[in-house]
Design a protein around this ligand. Structure first.
Ligand SMILES: Cc1cc2nc3c(=O)[nH]c(=O)nc-3n(C[C@H](O)[C@H](O)[C@H](O)COP(=O)(O)OP(=O)(O)OC[C@H]3O[C@@H](n4cnc5c(N)ncnc54)[C@H](O)[C@@H]3O)c2cc1C
Length: 404
């Protein structure tokens, strides 16, 4: 069977390997001039996805099988609020998050479908005496402002927290970076992926599916599309996808999260006994150090991310803001980079989240195949938003294709 996999992010590469192992003749097509999609290692830091939770078994198994090691996340978060600094949340912050988590745990046991109309922002406001810390914490997880996040969808993911240890979230990073993982996956493929192939159209004709890449059109028995939802919307389908599928794609929301990397000549924060980890009441809500390189990454989400990308010199502003929050690094600064995943034409957002109304509405139509066209990518998975979800979706789609 001739199968095309479109999109060489981790979902596409994981699926391509699995399909080859089942005897399919696989061709991988990628729009960019590089592989990995939203995983990209630069100068020893991660521009996109970075952390692996301790219960992300598919990720850990894949890395283990490829002979790649992971490193535990070390160090305490400094929290800066209203000019006050604490190591970890103070008792008031901790109590506020605990009361949100307790209320969520009660609802998560048997979530009422009616909750789909509500937002996480309302839920936090109702359940926390001081909503600041739970808002900062969950905003960082969701990659967007909490008024965009549906309560039912969030509870769906929250169930995992109920059976986890305190340090299981963001537990690991890949030694050698995500780039090493991508390289190892590609090395296992029989056929090299085709870069600079932007999918423009999909035409179903008899038992074949034709892919239109502008300069050429190629026919396959089956096609697996791993494009993020906004990219999928730009592809012309002939005949059109079902109205249910189109609605599911159109209403699958992407988080607005960007990263700014500040590259220094040394890990200056270690001189002042700061772990480099920080949450603050600043638009640069979260800061952390790269695994080994002298780089601090800053994370900006939601409206603040849109605002930050519109600045004349976002890197200079980030450097100044980190200097204001924790002075001492400017003399060691070498250069910086902004990674704007919202403005990137081949992602158009950082990762998917479940908006109000989506779970009870169009979500059930996002993953199923339409004839010989199959769909994967983190946005089609149970582990929505995560690398684990990308792998989960690849395994589900591979099974669909093989079973027929
Ligand atoms: C800033 C940021 C931080 C993150 N942090 C984490 C984290 O800590 N932990 C975690 O688990 N996850 C994290 N994620 C999410 C994680 O990176 C993604 O869930 C995962 O990488 C998605 O993989 P994918 O294969 O589904 O999609 P992608 O990696 O987006 O792959 C899709 C591919 O399709 C290609 N494509 C798009 N349009 C076309 C077209 N028309 N024709 C051909 N190809 C096309 C794209 O170029 C891309 O290579 C983060 C993401 C970002 C952006």
């Amino acid at each position: 069977m001739k199968v095309a996999v479109v999109g060489a992010g981790i979902a596409g590469l994981h699926a391509a390997l699995a399909l080859e192992s089942k005897g399919c003749e696989v061709a991988v097509f990628e729009a960019r001039c590089r592989l990995g999609g939203r995983l990209q290692t630069l100068d020893g830091y991660e521009a996109g996805g970075e952390w692996i939770d301790a219960d992300h078994r598919r990720c850990l198994d894949s890395l283990d099988a490829l002979g790649l090691a992971v490193a535990r996340t070390e160090g305490d978060y400094r929290i800066l609020r209203c000019g006050r600094s604490t190591i970890g949340p103070d008792p008031v912050m901790r109590a506020s998050k605990q009361s949100v988590d307790r209320a969520a745990a009660l609802l998560a046991e048997k979530p009422d479908p009616e909750l789909d109309g509500r937002t996480l922002a309302d839920f936090v406001a109702e359940n926390a005496a001081d909503p600041w810390w739970p808002t900062v914490y969950y905003r960082s997880d969701e990659g967007d402002d909490l008024d965009r996040i549906g309560l039912l969808g969030w509870l769906h993911g929250f169930r995992h927290y109920l059976v986890r240890g305190e340090t299981d979230a963001s537990a690991f990073r890949v030694v050698g970076g995500m780039g090493a993982w991508i390289e190892a996956l590609v090395a296992g493929l029989e056929a090299r992926p085709h870069l600079r192939h932007v999918l423009r159209g999909v035409i179903r004709s008899g038992d074949q599916v034709w892919l239109d890449f502008g300069a050429e059109a190629l026919a396959f028995d089956r096609v697996l599309l791993t494009l993020p939802p906004r990219c999928l919307e730009r592809v012309a389908f002939e005949p059109a996808l079902s109205p249910e599928k189109r609605e599911a794609i159109a209403s699958c929301r992407m988080s607005r999260a960007i990263k700014i990397a500040l590259v220094y000549d040394r890990r200056w924060w270690e001189d002042i006994e700061w772990s480099g980890l920080l949450f603050a009441d600043s638009e640069l809500q979260q800061v952390w150090p790269a695994l080994a390189a002298p780089v601090l990454c800053a994370y900006v989400c939601g409206d603040d991310a849109e605002q930050w990308t519109g600045r004349a010199d976002p890197v200079a502003d980030a450097l100044a803001e980190v200097g204001r929050l924790v002075p001492g690094g400017r003399a060691h600064f070498v250069h910086g980079m902004i990674h704007d995943w919202l403005g990137d034409p081949f992602s158009q957002g950082a990762f998917s989240h479940l908006a109000p109304g989506y779970v009870q509405g169009p979500m059930k139509h996002i993953a199923p195949p339409e004839g010989r066209i199959h769909f994967a990518g983190e946005h089609t998975a149970e582990w929505t938003g995560f690398i684990e979800g990308a792998l989960e979706s690849a395994e589900r789609a591979t099974e669909e294709i093989i079973v027929g």
